[in-house]
Write a protein that binds this ligand. Structure first.
Ligand code: SIN
Length: 320
């Protein structure tokens, strides 16, 4: 039987409240991952290995922890006896970590992120079922790449987005849809291809660049909305005239609709572009993408949401 490795990072799945049944007044990242696993009898006869990488509320996710996680995942992926990995994670930035690991590691085995919307002390915690489902998905021999398992559905890292602030089925894959569901431990695939890109085993050049960097190149997100005046971007440009460290290397604009930007914000973004800042247009719409338009001087995000476009641009800048 091939081994699966479970890496704990915290989140609501590891959350605890003094008042049983309190679904909001709890502290995330309190319960160790082996204690969560001990509550799931079906895991007891599986070949599992556990590592507590951190215990955080994922709203506080940072590059240092991403680096540590990438290093630990790369280490276990390279082991012949390991079939796949599960990472327990908070829901709030889970899609960013999933996308980061996919881009940097290009795993040739399943790397499955899972989570919960209810703390471990809830009347009906959703974490145990999600964790069990994730372990089953991590055992799929013909699956490669990073996926997210939540509420019985399997989502690809590239498409997954947190769409609900409270419900247990908090994730969606937009127009692409989920790739599979998990039913009584069986994974039912909706598509024939279970592979990510043509991934090579082991580390990539990008992984080495990430591991030797102190920080990602700075990329900020601004939103286009009614009545904006581009003041935030202009403030950044003014501050950077005094201290160049304030100038971001890139800006992602969460644009309206099909990538349209308020004219005053657009003027400020064009000024930033002239100062060498890379500007990318994503959409603030919950679904759909910015349709590519070669004539637009602000490049589109190739279908990525604002937070993933931010990461993609930062990693591009790092590897230049
Ligand atoms: C977190 O993201 O760590 C807290 C919220 C959650 O997991 O739902």
């Amino acid at each position: 039987m091939q081994r699966r490795v479970i890496l704990g990072t915290g989140g609501t799945i590891a959350g605890r409240s003094d008042r049983q049944g309190d679904n909001v007044g709890y502290v995330a990242g309190e319960v160790r991952v082996e204690d969560l696993m001990a509550r799931i009898p079906a895991l007891s006869d599986m070949s599992l290995e556990v590592e507590q990488v951190d215990q955080i509320d994922s709203k506080d996710m940072h590059f240092g922890l991403w680096k540590r996680l990438a290093e630990r995942v790369a280490h276990h992926l390279a082991r012949e006896d390991v079939a796949g990995l599960v990472i327990t994670h908070g829901t709030d930035t889970l899609e960013e970590t999933a996308y980061f690991l996919e881009k940097v590691l290009r795993p040739n085995k399943p790397v499955v992120l899972t989570c919960a919307m209810r703390p471990s002390t809830a009347l009906v915690p959703d974490g145990p079922q999600n964790l069990l489902d994730a372990v089953n998905v991590a055992g799929c021999v013909d699956l490669s790449g990073v996926v997210v398992v939540c509420a019985g559905m399997v989502h690809r890292a590239e498409h997954v987005v947190k769409v609900h602030s409270y419900r247990v089925d908090a994730f969606d894959s937009g127009d692409a849809g989920p790739v599979a569901c998990v039913e009584e431990g069986e994974v039912r695939w909706f598509h024939s291809s279970r592979r990510g890109s043509a991934y090579a085993a082991g580390g990539t050049a990008l992984l080495e660049q990430v591991l030797s960097a102190d920080a990602l190149p700075r990329v900020d997100i601004v939103t286009s909305h009614a009545d904006t005046d581009g003041g935030l971007v202009r403030a950044l440009l003014a501050a950077s005239a005094v201290d160049a460290a304030h100038l971001p290397r890139g800006l992602v604009v969460a644009a309206t609709g099909n990538g349209t930007v308020h004219r005053d914000l657009e003027a400020a973004l064009r000024e930033a572009q002239l100062r060498g800042v890379r500007v990318i247009r994503s959409t603030r719409c919950a679904r759909g993408r910015v349709i590519p338009d070669a004539k637009n001087p602000l490049r589109d995000s190739a279908g990525l949401s604002p937070v993933k476009a931010r990461l993609a641009l930062a990693l591009d800048l790092l590897s230049e």
